[in-house]
Design a binder for this molecule. Structure first.
Ligand SMILES: *Cc1c(COP(=O)(O)O)cnc(C)c1O
Length: 446
């Protein structure tokens, strides 16, 4: 089979898969999982035909997917892929661009620059901020926190690039008691030391309590969050950020999914967030681009561009080239699916998608309450946290739901006890899937 026929075959299989996402089991059954054994083969001595390789991947791989690109997946704020973004991604793969800089890909540099501007506009963040398109909120948080530390040290006359950390002034890190694990990971990888992290106490909703905010100073890196993973709650930015600023601290906001509330009529939840120094958000979650795509956003564009600089004699570029804004040197143009998603939705479409998911989450919460479940959060966003009467029943409901294949969401621990967590974040989820989920949950309660 020649290259073009092979690509056409892949597209045909991809189309068939996409056409089936509404009806597939959401989590693979035992047969599909057993079928994965076929991949445990030795590295072939001689190459095998590409057509057969594609066939194997579809035959045994497609049935063993989690249908997170479907309408009945409610786990982990994993959004589906918008058609425009998925289609742009396909074309982009044919281009196979290294989107490090204009020299490597004029089209990528141009479209990503537009996407960056649109993201700042949609999220209403300072328009001169730098936007780096990275692989994940984790990687983008790492980039932002590296920039933050470097900038804080520079304010105290310390040249981090030259002198590193040994002997450097100590940077104090303050995070929410409910900080996301990936922020902790970024801090750990950067060498901050988990034992040194200071946790800010939270209120019953999971927001940092301003009255109990630990002392901040001009050596402090304060990490806040927009959209707590269990409750979807927001830290009170309008109270916290001015305090941090008065102290000379750097404020970073993890808004992996929650930052998108700012693009909707839920924007008041994020009031004051625009005064932070840096922000992280994902496109592969609530904006519904394909994996993997996230943004590192930094008010002081130069702070990010200096921390991430990778210019070399053979490869220099403008300071806003993407290779100078993210961890990656070679990368595909992740900003292109962002551009396509935003262009296909428009400002209004983004707002409608966010608002619809939040409305659907409230409907799920009402249905759960009516069925007898205990809804544990205020459902300010697209997250519903709940449990059944006993811990045993909560676990049993989760297991039965996951085994049903009709929908999928995960469990968590909330205040030390098992709880369940529903996220509504797929553009494909219509009200009928929400009603079906409510009926399923009623049945499982009984
Ligand atoms: C998902 C998530 C992250 C990590 O995002 P990745 O893109 O998976 O690295 C960080 N913070 C919050 C609140 C999240 O929901």
């Amino acid at each position: 089979m020649n290259e073009l026929d092979l690509l056409a075959a892949a597209d045909t299989r991809g189309r068939a898969y996409t056409a089936s996402v509404a009806t597939r089991r959401v989590f693979p059954d035992a047969d599909a999982l057993a079928g994965l054994a076929v991949f445990e083969e030795p590295l072939p001595e001689q190459g095998l035909p590409a057509e057969q390789t594609l066939h194997l991947l579809d035959e045994r791989g497609s049935p063993a997917t989690v249908v997170s690109n479907g309408p009945r997946y409610f786990g982990f704020v994993i959004g589906a892929s918008l058609p425009a973004a998925a289609a742009a991604e396909r074309l982009m793969l044919a281009w196979d661009q290294c989107a490090s800089s204009f020299d490597n890909s004029p089209v990528a540099a141009t479209v990503e620059a537009t996407a960056a501007g649109w993201v700042l506009q949609a999220l209403d963040l300072p328009r001169n901020s730098a936007v780096g398109f990275g692989t994940s909120a984790t990687a983008c948080t790492l980039a932002c926190l590296a920039a933050a530390r470097r900038a804080l040290l520079a304010r105290h006359g310390w040249d981090f690039d030259r002198d590193g950390l040994i002997g450097a002034p100590e940077i104090k890190v303050v995070v929410s008691a409910l900080v996301h694990i990936t922020v902790k990971k970024a801090l750990r990888v950067l060498g901050f030391g988990t034992a040194k992290i200071i946790y800010a106490p939270v209120n019953a909703h999971g927001q940092i309590d301003p009255a109990q905010l630990p002392a901040l100073d001009d050596h402090t890196l304060l990490c806040l969050q927009a959209g707590e993973v269990n409750t979807g709650e927001f830290d009170p930015f309008a109270e916290l950020i001015p305090k941090a600023q008065a102290a000379g601290a750097w404020v970073h906001v993890d808004g992996a999914f929650g930052l998108w509330a700012r693009a909707s009529n839920l924007a008041p939840l994020t009031a004051g967030i625009e005064h932070a120094d840096s922000w992280t958000t994902d496109a592969h979650k609530w904006l519904n681009t394909p994996y993997d795509c996230a943004m590192a956003i930094c008010r002081d564009a130069n702070a990010l561009a200096s921390a991430m600089n990778s210019d070399a004699a053979y490869s220099s570029a403008s300071s806003d080239a993407q290779k100078n804004l993210t961890l990656e040197f070679s990368r595909r143009p992740r900003g292109i699916p962002v551009w396509a998603a935003l262009r296909s939705l428009g400002k209004q479409g983004v707002a409608e998608q966010v608002e619809r998911h939040c409305r659907q989450a409230r409907r799920v919460a009402d249905g759960l309450r009516a069925a007898g479940y205990d809804v544990l959060n205020r459902v300010v966003l697209n997250q519903v946290l709940f449990r059944a009467e006993s811990d045993e029943q909560t676990v049993a409901v989760r297991e039965a739901l996951q085994a049903s294949g009709e929908a999928w969401f995960g469990g968590t621990l909330w205040q030390g006890r098992p709880a369940l967590r529903i996220s509504v974040s797929s553009w494909r989820t219509e009200d009928e899937e929400i009603e079906a989920l409510v009926r399923l949950m009623e049945k499982l309660y009984r």
